[in-house]
Design a protein around this ligand. Structure first.
Ligand SMILES: Cc1cc2nc3c(=O)[nH]c(=O)nc-3n(C[C@H](O)[C@H](O)[C@H](O)COP(=O)(O)O)c2cc1C
Length: 315
């Protein structure tokens, strides 16, 4: 496949395995890159030293391009950016804050810069500021989310910018990827689909829960402390909903106490009741644990089938 994204990053398949704090590490990223797509190491939750080790480890596992994500609300973001500039990675995704101060600096170190944006206004701002591409992520996505759906973002952002647009949120298979490409996206970013990759360090209990989950099994919590995240329904999200919506009286501190550290507890330690298992809304197609290569090959076959079917509609 050839799109502006494959050209920009020097990859074969216009598919990015998105950053996933705690779980998108060197092993997963290298497996995805070796299969012809590209992956992103999540710097969220890492120290500068840990990130440096992850980048170096990924470079021993693959000679293909990969990226790093900077969570701009992280207190150590300056050190993280310094490490990225020193180590060099093919591209950097930036989210959760103002990317502008970092665009030129990261580009000067040789990386392409791809901010994650939630609306047309910020997409246009990124174009003015010289970003190489943007990612728009709909509220169907796993992790911390915005307020607009993927289809509404694709419909409105793509025609309003001259930048390559990558689309994320609820896209887990080749039909979704084909839909985004048909809408004018240059590629897609997926998170949830790669949580069940063999190379992904998500705890087996959390993987099982994702595989068993249905379309209605995710919920958004964290409104009170502006740490809004989509995750699988469990004892923790029920408690959060009681405190945030039904009771409505919980303080930001109380909610933060429940949420902080919950991602690691759920996804790495396997506490599927009181930890947080972040994931998107498209859950039915997540049916088994497979290698990243098998996942990617399946998606590429599905894209081809979907585009062939769509082409046949106008013959
Ligand atoms: C467990 C999990 C953790 C995530 N952590 C981050 C993160 O640290 N930084 C970021 O920019 N996006 C993060 N995301 C968003 C993903 O990079 C990606 O855009 C999203 O998963 C796409 O939606 P999908 O899950 O429906 O595929 C996370 C998503 C998940 C599921």
């Amino acid at each position: 496949m050839k799109t502006a994204l494959t050209e920009l990053l020097g990859i074969d398949i216009p598919l990015i395995q998105g950053a996933m704090a705690w779980i998108s590490d060197a092993r997963l990223v290298a497996a995805v890159a070796n299969a012809g797509a590209t992956g992103v190491i999540a710097a969220g939750g890492l120290t500068a030293g840990e990130l440096s080790s992850q980048i170096r480890k990924a470079k021993t596992l693959t000679d293909k391009p990969f990226g790093v994500n900077v969570m701009l609300m992280a207190p150590n973001k300056e050190e993280i950016v310094e490490v990225i500039c020193a180590e060099y990675v093919a591209f950097v995704t930036l989210g959760g804050g103002d990317p502008v101060p970092y665009i030129k600096r990261l580009q000067a170190s040789g990386s392409k810069v791809i901010p994650v944006v939630p609306n047309v206004k910020l997409a246009q701002k990124m174009e003015v500021e010289g970003a190489d591409a943007i990612i728009v992520e709909g509220m169907e996505a796993g992790g911390h989310i915005g307020k607009i759906t993927t289809i509404a973002l694709m419909t409105q952002v793509i025609p309003h910018v001259n930048l390559p647009v990558v689309v994320a949120g609820g896209i887990v298979d080749g039909r979704g990827m084909a839909a985004a490409l048909t809408m004018g996206a240059v590629g897609v970013q997926m998170g949830t689909r790669f949580m069940v990759a063999e190379e992904c360090s998500v705890h087996p209990k959390a993987k099982e829960m994702l595989i068993a989950a249905k379309d209605t099994d995710s919920v958004v919590t964290g409104w009170t402390c502006k740490y809004t995240a989509r995750s699988l329904k469990n004892a923790l999200t029920t408690k959060l909903q009681q405190l945030e919506i039904e009771g409505g009286k919980a303080t930001e501190q109380e909610i933060k106490r429940l949420i902080l550290g919950a991602g690691k507890k759920g996804m790495i330690d396997g506490d599927t009741e009181w930890g947080m298992i972040m994931c998107g809304q498209s859950l039915y197609p997540i049916t088994k644990i497979e290698s990243a290569k098998t996942i990617i090959n399946t998606i590429v076959d599905e894209v081809k089938q979907a585009i062939n079917k769509a082409t046949a509609l106008i013959l």
